[in-house]
Design a protein around this ligand. Structure first.
Ligand SMILES: Nc1ncnc2c1ncn2[C@@H]1O[C@H](COP(=O)(O)OP(=O)(O)OP(=O)(O)O)[C@@H](O)[C@H]1O
Length: 434
């Protein structure tokens, strides 16, 4: 036995004594041995989910096998990124995995327009829809679709320069670039891309310098016929702090939304995700999951992962009891994650010592106005409610009034740190109550 790869193969063979072949095939397939540093055995896993899972469940098995082989104790460290491997490489890996392709995307009425538009952009970049902006709530497949676009473009042209960035990282990157005097490098990176993907672009709204930079990047790419694809949690018309010149540009191409999938699509997603993990779920169970997990696809996926974990660890088949158990955590976590508008209102009433009818109603006294505006702002930012729905909660106010109120809070939070602290505190308290 000489190379690190041989050692690792040997470890995998020995692991078969304790773990099933399916477990090893499912969880260890992306692991690679990197090196041995002293008594630390270093592994690499590009998939964060699998990495976390192995760390919490299988490290002890790996250590035991290493002890058997070498007659000494090893620590095992799993890294998610190799030395000298930058963000670009990691993203390129993702662009080329089978996980985020058009083939792996289940199409239904809630996402068929977004799917068709993305496919069209992938096949004819910068020809039909430029920019393409996909918007919708979290976990509904926006990132999946932009990775799928990158995947096709990369396949069709392996030399295509693809730049992917998240809206919030763009600001951090710019701050770092300015500090290190490397803004020119940053500009070059984005302005030379053949395909620019910006995930969660709403985060650049309100960031003056990021918007300025992005405006010029956008123009450069657009004018030289390169494709831009953006995702966000809301349409540009609802990005209250976005500069108008960017808003109009975001609307130049095509805006498509993704909505939560209907029952049939959820069933298809459940079956599809299970099949990708080597499991076949009986119809009854797939239907049961789809009936109960309704908010987003990420939760459906989480449920399948849990069922698989139970199957591995406990040998339980996916019966209703196991599935209920797997769903419980996920549903609990999600209800912890998204408060209802009523819960937010209730807390704000307590905080300001006001009657709910006063906050919902039309009174113009200063404190009622402030509490009402904060309530609207928090409902928008903490729940999935649209401005139209929020208007309904507040005595059927028009959506433009809601937007105006949200803008007022955002402006005041910027100008007045004490006010920003108050809003933050209310938010934290609402979160911790759940
Ligand atoms: N229609 C679908 N078919 C198959 N998988 C899907 C579908 N929609 C979403 N998914 C899966 O659900 C998970 C979450 O999707 P994704 O990350 O694309 O959501 P998102 O809309 O970008 O959310 P966020 O705004 O939080 O980033 C991914 O693993 C993705 O593969």
């Amino acid at each position: 036995m000489n190379s690190i790869a041989d050692v690792w193969n040997n470890v995998l063979q020995q692991l078969k004594k304790d773990l099933s072949e399916t477990t090893i095939a499912t969880w260890f397939d992306e692991l690679e041995a990197v090196e041995i540093q002293g008594n630390v055995f270093v592994l690499y896993c590009p998939n964060d989910f699998k990495k976390g899972y192995i760390e919490s469940l299988f490290l002890k098995n790996i250590k035991a096998v290493l002890r058997d082989i070498f007659s000494m104790d090893f620590d095992v460290r799993i890294i998610g990124e190799r030395a000298n491997e930058g963000e670009n490489n990691r993203q390129n890996d993702r662009f080329s995995t089978a996980e985020f392709t058009f083939e792996a995307f289940v199409v239904g009425p809630s996402n068929k327009l977004a799917y068709a538009a993305s496919l069209s952009v992938a096949e004819h970049p910068a020809k039909n829809y430029n920019p393409l902006l996909i918007y919708g709530d979290s976990g509904l497949g926006k990132t999946h679709l932009i990775y799928a676009i990158a995947n096709v473009i990369r396949k069709n042209d392996p030399k295509a320069r693809i730049a992917y960035v998240k809206g919030d990282d763009l600001t951090n990157e710019l701050v770092d670039a300015i500090r290190e005097g490397k803004t020119a490098d940053m500009r070059e990176k984005y302005r030379q891309a053949d395909l620019l993907l910006v995930d969660d672009v709403q985060f650049i709204a309100g960031k003056k310098q990021t918007q300025e930079e992005f405006f010029h990047t956008f123009n450069t790419l657009y004018e030289s016929g390169r494709q831009i694809v953006l995702t966000s949690d809301r349409p540009p018309s609802e990005m209250t702090q976005l500069e108008d010149r960017l808003r109009t540009r975001f609307e130049w191409g095509l805006l498509v939304d993704v909505a939560p999938p209907d029952f049939e699509t959820r069933v298809a997603i459940v079956k599809n995700k299970a099949a990708m993990l080597g499991m076949t779920l009986p119809d009854k169970i797939a239907n049961y999951i789809a009936e109960n997990v309704t908010a987003n696809v990420r939760q459906l996926e989480g449920t399948i992962h849990k069922i698989l974990a139970y199957k591995d660890l406990l040998g339980n088949e996916a019966d209703e009891e196991t599935v209920t158990r797997a769903m419980q955590d996920i549903l609990k976590r999600s209800s912890e994650y998204i408060p209802t508008p009523e819960a937010i209102l209730e807390y704000i009433c307590k905080y300001y010592g006001l009657e709910e009818s006063v906050i919902r109603g039309q009174q113009r006294v200063r404190e009622a106005v402030q509490a009402r505006q904060i309530a609207m702002y928090l409902i928008r930012s903490m729940t999935n409610s649209s401005v139209v729905d929020i208007g309904k909660v507040f005595d059927n106010r028009d959506h433009s009034t809601v937007l105006y109120s949200i803008q007022q809070v955002e402006k005041k939070m910027k100008k007045d740190p004490a006010f920003a602290e108050t809003v933050k505190e209310i938010k934290t308290n609402i979160n911790s109550k759940r």
